[in-house]
Design a protein around this ligand. Structure first.
Ligand code: FES
Length: 169
């Protein structure tokens, strides 16, 4: 007969350790889940936002188009309204980012009467051509970014920001 019998003390130790571990895991799991939840959450990257702009109303003149999307900052979600300068180039729809590549101010189309048909940044008089190309001898050192675009049921959709595809650097 084997002499490996479990004593009453050992049995109690095993049982209490097991139950204690189970309870500790039950308390810690929700905390760990809460701490890493933003990391596990699916990101909305690459999604398009529907605007109220009809594609048929776009012209060759850049027009400011607003769009709103939900932004998740860890556990905090908020609606953010952004805008793009959108125009038609033949059959193509071009959406230019309004964020100046110098220090991030907002550019306007035709914002400087002395330099019509250009994007103008009022902060340090930065200027860009219609395709976003920065004009030499003004502060910006690179072209304005673009947004990805597509059409849904005749309305414009704006996607993520991408580097300018029309300007060779
Ligand atoms: S931030 Fe636009 S020119 Fe400086």
């Amino acid at each position: 007969m084997s002499n490996n019998r479990v004593s009453r003390r050992q049995f109690l130790n095993y049982t209490l350790t097991g139950v204690g571990g189970f309870m500790a895991a039950g308390m810690l799991m929700p905390m760990v889940r809460f701490a890493v939840d933003p990391v596990l959450a699916k990101k909305g990257g690459g999604e398009y936002v529907l605007t109220e702009k009809k594609v048929s109303d776009l012209t060759e003149k850049p027009e400011k188009v607003d769009f709103t999307y939900e932004q998740a900052d860890a556990w905090y979600k908020s609606d953010v309204t952004d805008n793009a300068w959108v125009y038609k180039d033949g059959d193509k729809i071009i959406a230019i980012s309004p964020v100046c590549k110098h220090l991030g101010c907002t550019v306007n189309w035709d914002g400087d009467p002395a330099h019509p048909n250009q994007f103008f940044c009022p902060c340090h008089a930065g200027r860009y051509e219609k395709n976003g190309k920065n004009i030499p001898k003004t502060p910006p050192l690179g072209p304005l970014d673009q947004f990805q675009v597509k059409e849904k049921d005749g309305f414009l959709m704006i996607g993520k920001v991408i580097p300018n595809t029309m300007v060779k650097q």
